[in-house]
Design a protein around this ligand. Sequence first.
Ligand code: LMR
Length: 395
Amino acid sequence: MFEQIERVPGDAILGLIEAFKKDTNPQKVDLGVGVYRDAKGNTPVMRAVKDAEAQLLENEMTKTYIGSHGDPRYGQAVLPLVLGEGSPVLEAGRASATQSPGGTGALRLAADFIATQLPGRSIWVSDPTWPNHLGIFPAAGLTLKKYPYVDGNNRLDFDGMLAALKQIPEGDVVLLHACCHNPTGFDLSRDQWGQVLEVLKERKLLPLVDFAYQGFGKGLDEDAYGPRLLAENLDEVIITSSCSKNFGIYCERTGCLIMVARNNEQMENIRSQVAIVARENYSNPPAHGGSIVAEILHSPELTATWREELTEMRDRINSLRRDFVEALKPYGLDEKYAHVAEQKGMFSYTGLTPEQVDRLRDEFSIYMVRSGRANVAGFSHDNLPYLAKAIAAVN
Ligand code: LMR
């Protein structure tokens, strides 16, 4: 039976990790998968995480199941982080948290929930979007459609986006990136979020907000502007949040599906359905990542350390963006790539073509996604001169 099965190419983003490992060029640069890197190119364990793990080692009493919604302490900590301390949505008991295996797991829960509980609705994603969105929703049986996000000059096409949203059939689901848009790095302004909200209301669309990079754009609260605005002004919102990135616990797969309903009773109804979806996928989420986050966010000292470390990471990324543009100045390319300094988060849609990306890999051992997306955290003061020279060579 198995002889009929064809081999397929691996995931384009994850495949870069392997290709990079195999490359023996000492000057190689990894701008592929979205993980934070420090000045030495390492992805260190955060101090707050190490401390929390030490406490867990000391105090953990059991490894028993934590239930389909995960550790309640994790949910209690993530809800105010995402929706805001004292959020009216929380006060009204309208929001439910379900711990998930990473933000990807939360997306799959959302997809299965929509497929089973809201059948017949299509999901609309930005063009471009995180390539895995294109896989997750159809895998759950949903029809996936696209709205424009970037224009021909490689800039945010907000007018095109808004015009397209106005045409979406009533009741469909619209996926929005809360901040640090992956792959482009182009985020909506507050005013633009306000305009999107009006269209969502008018067209009775259900927003699904993917919130994978909270704290990497402008700040923990600033980055949450969009999801909070929608949750406070709409009856129903789905948010998929991740702590894998902002706590640097990628391999612990630490996400959360947040369902916002009209009132507490409807929230409990939805919550009961989400538990079934989780049960049918993996039963209970793995505990360790959620325990780390809960340990940190329930301790004022650890929270302060973590916030400080996250701010360092954000500031470093933002200064690398400016330094990248500066490094291109001697080649007369600073204006062409000026947008890199303005984008937000880990990623930059550089505007490099797939052919240029191939040449950078083959001739310079510089690895990035073929769409031209670079992980800005992979820049460093050591590799920027080399990168600038290579980019000039392929321009
Ligand atoms: C990325 O886009 O690089 C990250 O979200 C990691 C992944 O799973 O693709």
